[in-house]
Ligand binder design. Structure first.
Ligand code: C5P
Length: 224
């Protein structure tokens, strides 16, 4: 492999959680450190790609040579992704909140005699599915993530079909694995070609090693 196998390629990556506002001072979020997505951005930049990283709120610095856009909510993330297209590869590593509060309070909700406010939730856009199903301007390689706590491969296979992406990076995020917030990850790569799906299971690696291996795999796939 040449030292810069992704030279001339534009790679879009989402990372981190999203924050969904309840009112001006409160939000709903999920556990995501952003480490895996940021590591992929760094590895893609090191491989010579032009990298656009669209990140929810995390406590990480922008990797060198990466164009970073920070967003808060799922809807902002989708808008940022759409305006960052076209791309040769899109990797959706963000842990997007599935729901947001239907009617975000314009003022801070107050404690009162009426008890806690009911929070009506509504579905967020699915960014991965939206981009995978584009009929015009779909990135040629769309990679999603499947973080599961059970039936990992079955769930990941179902997700591959449902979302319409090309590859899924599946990882077990059961609390005992320490993946969430940790520095290591065990992943399985599901790659769809037409009706068939190839499965590669990788050993326990650091998130940086997973990122380097994924970028190498992408470069290999794009070279053929
Ligand atoms: O359905 P689930 O959230 O498990 O799917 C995970 C994959 O879908 C990840 O790649 C994640 O970034 C992406 N996703 C998304 N937008 C959502 C929900 C998930 O892009 N609203």
């Amino acid at each position: 492999q040449p030292p810069k196998p992704l030279l001339g390629k534009r790679v879009l990556i989402t990372a981190g959680p999203t924050h969904e506002p309840i009112d001006p001072v409160r939000y709903i979020a999920n556990r995501s450190s952003g480490k895996q997505g940021y590591a992929i951005a760094a590895a893609a930049a090191a491989a010579g790609a032009e990298v656009v990283l669209i990140s929810g709120p995390v406590e990480l610095r922008a990797p060198a040579g990466v164009d970073l856009t920070r967003v808060e909510s799922a809807r902002e993330m989708l808008a940022a992704v759409q305006s960052a297209l076209p791309a040769d590869v899109a990797i959706f590593a963000a842990a997007v909140a599935d729901w947001r509060v239907a009617a975000e309070g314009e003022q801070k909700l107050k404690k009162g005699a009426g008890g806690p406010p009911p929070l009506q939730l509504t579905e967020n856009p699915d960014i991965l599915a939206t981009i995978s199903k584009l009929t015009e301007g779909r990135p040629p390689l769309v990679v999603g993530f499947a973080a599961e706590t059970e039936n990992l491969i079955d769930n990941a296979n179902a997700k591959l079909a449902r979302k319409g992406c090309d590859w899924i990076v599946a990882n077990d995020v059961s609390p005992a694995t320490g993946v969430m917030g940790g520095d290591r990850n065990t992943v399985h790569l599901l790659m769809r070609h037409g009706e068939a799906t190839d499965l590669e299971s990788w050993p326990l690696m650091t998130k940086d090693e997973v990122a380097t291996a994924l970028v190498a795999r992408i470069a290999q796939a794009m070279a053929v």
